[in-house]
Every structure is written in structure tokens, then in C-alpha cells.
Design a protein around this ligand. Sequence first.
Ligand SMILES: [Fe+2]
Ligand SMILES: [Fe+2]
Length: 140
Amino acid sequence: MNATRIEGRLASGDLDILDKQHRRILHLVAQIGGIVEKEGVGMEALQINGDSCHALTNDLFETVTLHFRCEEDLLGAFEYPLLGEHRKEHSEFIERLTKFLFTGILKGVDLAGLYAYANDWMCRHKQGPDTDYANFLRGK
Ligand SMILES: [Fe+2]
Ligand SMILES: [Fe+2]
């Protein structure tokens, strides 16, 4: 994440970068929620917003993948004791997100379902496991 980090010491920008990524993810999820609210759900929304839905869900996938990798790299560098559980949560989210997107290739993305799942997961994960590691790292 930060090439200038001194081994074993938290660089001042590390948590800021992760927080910025959190805001970006929540913004993308909120955009999906906005489409659901405005256009309805599932196939109808996809047909109306085909290209923008595709770009949005791809953007979400790429942003989340990058964010998880950054977190896991940083937590690994500090030998965070709960990294295994944290990594497992990330994997479960990627698995569900992938399922939403693959299913969507044939039937149209279930945007309402994706929004409900991603919004709930992100809020819970950020307030729980992500807050736990931030407290751990602040002590470094
Ligand atoms: Fe996070
Ligand atoms: Fe996380």
C-alpha cells in the first residue's frame, strides 16, 4: 500500500487510504440503491440502465477487490491476529457478489437483492471487523 512504510510502523496515510476506499464502495452501493429506487428492480432496471448498470457493478467488483487486498496486505504486515477470520469474511462477500454478477449475465442483475446484501454487509463489516483492525493498528 505504502512503499515508504517503515517495517512494523503504521504510515500516517494507511488508514486514510482504506477509509477513502470505504467511502468509494459505499458511494457505489448507494448508486445501485438509487437505481433500484428510481427504476424498480431486477430485469426492468437492467434493461433501462443496461450500460450504466454494467459499468457500476464492474466498478464495485474492482473497487472491493482492490480494497480487500489492501486491507489484507496491511493486516498481514502487522501480523493482525484476526486476519484469518477477516479474510474469510472478504472471501464470502466476493463469492456472493460474483454470484449476483454471473447470474445477471443470463437473467439481468438482481439490483434490489445486490443492493440489500451489499449495503447490509458493508455497514456491518465496517462497524465490526474493520473497526476492530483500525483500533488494533492505531495502537501501533
Ligand atoms: Fe474495509
Ligand atoms: Fe475488511
